[in-house]
Design a protein around this ligand. Sequence first.
Ligand code: NAD
Ligand code: UDP
Length: 336
Amino acid sequence: MINILVTGGTGFIGSHTCVELLEKGYEVVVLDNLCNSKESAIDRIKKITGKNLKFYKADLLDIEAVDKVFSENKIDAVIHFAGLKAVGESVEKPLEYYENNLGGTFNLIKTMKKYNVNKFVFSSSATVYGMDNNVPYTEDMPTSATNPYGYTKVMIEQILKDITVADKKLSIVALRYFNPIGAHESGLIGEDPHGIPNNLVPYVAQVALGRLDALRIFGNDYDTPDGTGIRDYIHVTDLAVGHLAALEYADKNVGFQPINLGTGKGTSVLEVVKAYEKACGREIKFNITERRAGDIAVSYAETTLAKKLLGWEAKRDIDKMCADSWNFTINNTEGM
Ligand code: NAD
Ligand code: UDP
């Protein structure tokens, strides 16, 4: 296994994974339509690693463009990050989400089949655990969703499972990410959201910068020690490293395997605020507001399967995640 196609490779998690792949000696081909990222990510990946990678600006919905990537490169395995990911937007534009996330995956898999590529790592999400399971989440729990974005992950997982039943050569790992935050240590790549961020840490970063007045904490009446929501935040570099472990697993096994990538540790919104204040040396102003619709109180991973199957576990703590987020934010005030 040498040549890895990374769809969505200029995005947040994809770019960090490209860095780890290149540093481990893989050859990398990136396919991205830049709908939520910039080509400058490629230059920054090159700068961090001192290595070259190939970039195709292409849309997964354009099957001829996807075919071109496979015909021009001998691809050994695919890591599939490309997709739309904003929960709120998915409620407003469900058709766009289903078309892009499912349609893109169909074109990719069809083309893989044509070129006899059988190893596939998919970006799934802890969102597939829905509202009804109890923490810690284990991979054998029933999956469900509360919004179109979540349903795209549930549906794609089902489709991937079905195709591995029909084609015994296929090896597919669905990595269920918990809450990826932080940035590369270099400060060169990180999360670069358009407009006002929806997620907690990018929002806190903008408050720390002085671009937004105050964080709105969505509820402090949850059944948690300080009343605010608890999540399993994971450093994006730890997450990226997990993809290399998943590739090695896919190289040696066949079938469909979902695996959680989290730390197994929950952190509350107030604890994140405190850790970020420590990282940036500034006060993070906040107000307590109503709960956000669709939010659950607590989410964190059971991580034993990742340890057992991948030999992988997260290493970086919440202080490191906030320090790296701040380092990226302060060095990229005009974006990437
Ligand atoms: P991102 O938006 O930074 O990266 C996704 C990339 O996919 C972008 O660069 C975008 O331009 C590209 N893309 C989207 N549709 C495309 C298409 N049709 N053709 C080609 N490129 C396309 O997001 P991210 O945070 O890096 O997330 C990567 C994956 O991980 C996504 O599938 C997301 O759903 C999943 N995920 C993310 C999180 C998170 O909190 N960031 C959590 C769980 C799962
Ligand atoms: N959150 C918040 N204010 C914000 C954004 C998020 O209080 O502006 C809370 C949210 O209610 C949840 C946690 O922070 O408890 C993580 O939210 P995020 O959107 O980052 O991740 P997700 O809800 O998808 O796990």
